[in-house]
Design a binder for this molecule. Structure first.
Ligand SMILES: Nc1ncnc2c1ncn2[C@@H]1O[C@H](COP(=O)(O)OP(=O)(O)O)[C@@H](O)[C@H]1O
Ligand SMILES: [Mg+2]
Length: 264
């Protein structure tokens, strides 16, 4: 469904800061895959997602989606079929607009059709139904400005907006990392609910090894711009945090230290 074929991404090429962030990376993503991605800081996780989203041109390789070569397709064109949620709850929604206005923008996308006033009642009903999926009471606050919401509420709203149009691919880059542990679980539960209900092919980067093991059908580990582990099925469901940490430490030659993992 999505193929990354020998992708290479070099930042600041031919300068003293030259940095090969993706090193001949290949990955075949099946329709309906829900892949969790782990790896140390700088392993290339965000760069892999950004390459798929078309944030920058890649140096070598090919990206194919549903049989179509999208390697040179502009970011805004890919946005029509790729949904994204980032770590920062401040991104992804417009703070000075209301919940309803934010949802309307996502709902009208990508055709930009101006919705008839007569549709308002119907549209509000749809929005309320979306919001009822999260136990945050947002369905009764449609006219609240988004800047008044908590980080978890904003991430939940961003997630709903990113998936409203059933994207072919959903890219989540540590979208719960800035949230407290309880809220992170809530947003992860919403993530699973939306992904499974709509069968959305999803790639989720996380620092939390427990979430990486529990969520999705496939887990990959990245290191130095490449994939060093790719497990699914029984191998994934029987994977443990100690074994993952072990693998991490073997690759890094040092102890894996991350308080978010220790707390998990
Ligand atoms: N826009 C950029 N410009 C220059 N260097 C970048 C950029 N994005 C990432 N890098 C570099 O590429 C490497 C991989 O980064 P990144 O993909 O963000 O890692 P991860 O998400 O796994 O922590 C790092 O060395 C990082 O400094
Ligand atoms: Mg990153």
């Amino acid at each position: 469904m999505v193929i990354l074929d020998h992708i290479q991404k070099i930042f600041h090429q031919d300068t003293p800061n030259e940095n090969q962030a993706l090193n001949n990376l290949s990955l075949k993503i099946e329709d309906g895959d829900f892949i969790t991605v782990i790896g140390s800081n700088g392993a290339g996780k965000s760069t892999m997602l950004n390459a798929m989203a078309g944030v920058f041109p890649i140096n070598k390789g090919k990206i194919v989606l549903d049989g179509k070569d999208i390697t040179n397709l502009a970011e805004h064109k890919r946005a029509a079929f790729i949904g994204r949620v980032f770590q920062d709850p401040m991104l992804g929604t417009s703070p000075s607009m209301t919940i309803e206005e934010n949802l309307s923008m996502a709902y009208a996308r990508p055709r930009n059709m101006s919705l008839h006033w007569g549709l308002d009642f119907y549209r509000r009903k749809i929005f309320k139904d979306y919001l009822k999926d999260i136990p945050l009471g947002l369905e009764n606050r449609l006219s609240t400005k988004v800047k008044l919401l908590s980080g978890g509420q904003r991430q939940s709203l961003t997630l709903i907006m990113a998936t409203m149009k059933k994207p072919k691919l959903l890219l989540l880059d540590e979208h719960t990392a800035a949230l407290d542990p309880k809220t992170a679980i809530l947003v992860n539960n919403l993530t699973q609910k939306i992904v499974y209900k709509n069968k959305i092919t999803t790639i989720m980067v996380t620092h939390n090894l427990e979430h990486a093991i529990k969520m999705g059908n496939r887990l990959i580990m990245m290191h130095k711009g490449n994939i060093v582990m790719d497990i699914k099925g029984e191998e994934k469901s029987t994977m443990t945090i100690p074994r993952l940490l072990n693998k991490f430490e073997q690759l890094q030659g040092e102890k894996f230290v991350d308080d978010r993992v220790m707390l998990a």
